[in-house]
Write a protein that binds this ligand. Sequence first.
Ligand code: IDP
Ligand code: MG
Length: 158
Amino acid sequence: MIERTLIILKPDAVQRGLMGRILTRFEEKGLKVVATKLQVLPRALVEKHYEPHKGKPFYPGLVDYMTKGPVLVLCFEGPFCIEASRKLMGATFGYKAEPGTIRGDFTASKGMNLVHGSDSPESARREIELFFKPEELLNYELQNSPWMCSDEDRKATS
Ligand code: IDP
Ligand code: MG
């Protein structure tokens, strides 16, 4: 199944100069960037994006953190892209995330965890629509795609 997911390299990833290393993880996995923008996110957009967490104790701090500086917003596409990306990211809290994952390798913080990734097809759809206009999502083939995605991958549902 070819899916799309929304990934955000959070302000700490930009400030710590980790954008390249984090992006490499996704590229090496064989996921294709179909849209990207570097942006200081308006508060209202962050509030909408994290609406499912509204009311939780960490919500105000999360909104502050996400608006503190530029972020790199990306849409990736690939086989089982949503689950694959979540695995690359690791567990939410850096100190609990497995070594080898992005969070596990680069942070021990609870909330300041470098990267966002959609957690389901429904949230991916909602989030991609929040951050990108349809015409900003590019349709193109990577030269090596026949070696990264089989017919079975395309047809499978999970
Ligand atoms: P996820 O990013 O792994 O999907 P969520 O539970 O969706 O994790 O939480 C969204 C974001 O909110 C986290 O990535 C993290 O930045 C922040 N967050 C979640 N729980 C806490 C907490 O207990 N303390 C501080 N920040 C938190
Ligand atoms: Mg989440």
